[in-house]
Write a protein that binds this ligand. Structure first.
Ligand code: ZN
Length: 378
């Protein structure tokens, strides 16, 4: 049975221990110590990493009464051990923040936390009921107030008789000694994880998003050091956008709306101008078979232009695009059935598309020269 130092003091970063056993397993050497401060994966919290002697601890898992350290190399005898405490402290912040938030959601909405995942980038918490946006905002506000109040986080080990006097949150039936984590009157929850000693150490609890999930919701959170990193990244983005738009950081939304309106207006004017150019070019066009290219144009341009050309020509074909990205085409006629020409074009110029007897549309992956050769040999 491994002595669990992380329950005696969750801030232990370095400790001395004795290697009880070391055997080679699938993921590395499985090391059992007489005592450890490495927390094993459980309750949604990942296993700790760090060093045992010169060996790297890549994961820590629980197996019955023992805690197994998955190590890069074999170790023996007395060893000096060191946790990746920056990572562990972040887990402690996140775990404690999750308790605060879930306890508050429980008291506001009456629902339970039914799933919890501490990922590399954020935390997700699943609740078994609907949560309104107003309730979500309220829960975020109250959670941060609980952080600012710097409430002690206590571990309680009640006897079986005492346990029935407690009204606590629990995700599952627990066999053996129950460990309750108490955060003032904010939350009381059965949990085996590691937590900070005072809520102030959590730093900040920020809701990122909420989505419907099963019969309830999944809420994504950023907590503690991760929340700061997230804030820095988003702040950098807003400053970059603000510089690009020459707008103050708190006015980027209206600046983006303005740019989008300008873009739409420009598209409208561009489209009107193109129609004028098409009409101008179509006025001079004539003949039984007429081909035209519209450099950089879209499928809609080909359709509009070929329709204009068909007024004066027997069969009119327009290719919009360029040699690099290919062409969108439209072939139109007022008098002929153009479907057969469309099929020939597709097979000759690596194309696809079709349509009705008076107009076929599609695209070809061919160069202008190949298209012109095809057309001139029709
Ligand atoms: Zn916990």
């Amino acid at each position: 049975m491994t002595q669990k130092l992380f329950y005696e003091n969750q801030y232990i970063k370095e400790f001395s221990a004795n290697v009880v056993s070391c055997t080679e397993g699938k993921r590395g050497f499985e090391v059992i110590l007489d005592k450890t401060a490495f927390f094993p994966e459980g309750g949604g919290q990942p296993g700790d990493t760090g060093f045992i002697g010169n060996a790297t601890v890549i994961d820590t898992v629980e197996s019955g009464e023992d805690i197994i350290h998955i190590c890069s190399d074999a170790v023996s005898g007395d060893v000096e051990c060191r946790l990746d405490f920056e990572k562990r402290f972040s887990f402690m912040q996140q775990h404690t923040g999750e308790h605060i938030f879930s306890g508050i959601i429980h008291s506001i909405c009456g629902c339970d936390n039914v799933g919890f995942h501490m990922g590399e980038h954020n935390i997700t918490v699943d609740f078994n009921c609907a949560v309104t946006l107003q309730q979500l905002e309220e829960a975020e506000k109250l959670s941060n107030e609980a952080v600012f109040a710097n409430i002690p986080v206590e571990a309680i080990y009640p006897s079986d008789d005492e346990l029935c006097n407690y009204d606590y949150r629990s995700k599952k039936e627990i066999k053996g000694q129950v460990r309750l984590t108490k955060i003032g009157d904010v939350d009381l929850c059965a949990c085996c994880g590691t937590h900070v000693a005072f809520t102030g150490e959590v730093g900040i609890i920020k809701v990122i998003s909420m989505a419907n999930y099963k019969s309830g919701v999944r809420i994504t959170l950023q907590i503690g050091r991760k929340a700061l990193a997230d804030y820095c990244e988003k702040n950098k983005s807003v400053h970059e956008i603000s510089a690009l738009l020459k707008a103050k950081t708190n006015e980027v939304t209206s600046a983006v709306e303005r740019v989008m309106a300008q873009l739409q207006d420009a598209r409208y004017k561009y489209s009107a101008l193109k129609k004028e150019i098409f009409a101008f070019r179509a006025a001079d066009a004539s003949g039984e078979k007429y081909i035209a290219f519209d450099d950089g144009g879209e499928a809609e341009d080909a359709r509009i232009f070929s329709d204009m050309l068909a007024e004066n020509c027997g069969i009119a074909a327009v290719f919009s695009g360029n040699d690099e990205s290919g062409y969108k085409y439209a072939i139109t006629s007022r008098s002929e059935d153009v479907r057969a020409i469309g099929k020939e074009l597709n097979s000759a110029c690596n194309g696809r598309g079709g349509g009705k007897s008076d107009m076929v549309q599609g695209s070809v992956a061919a160069k202008r020269e190949e298209i012109e050769n095809f057309w001139n040999n029709l």
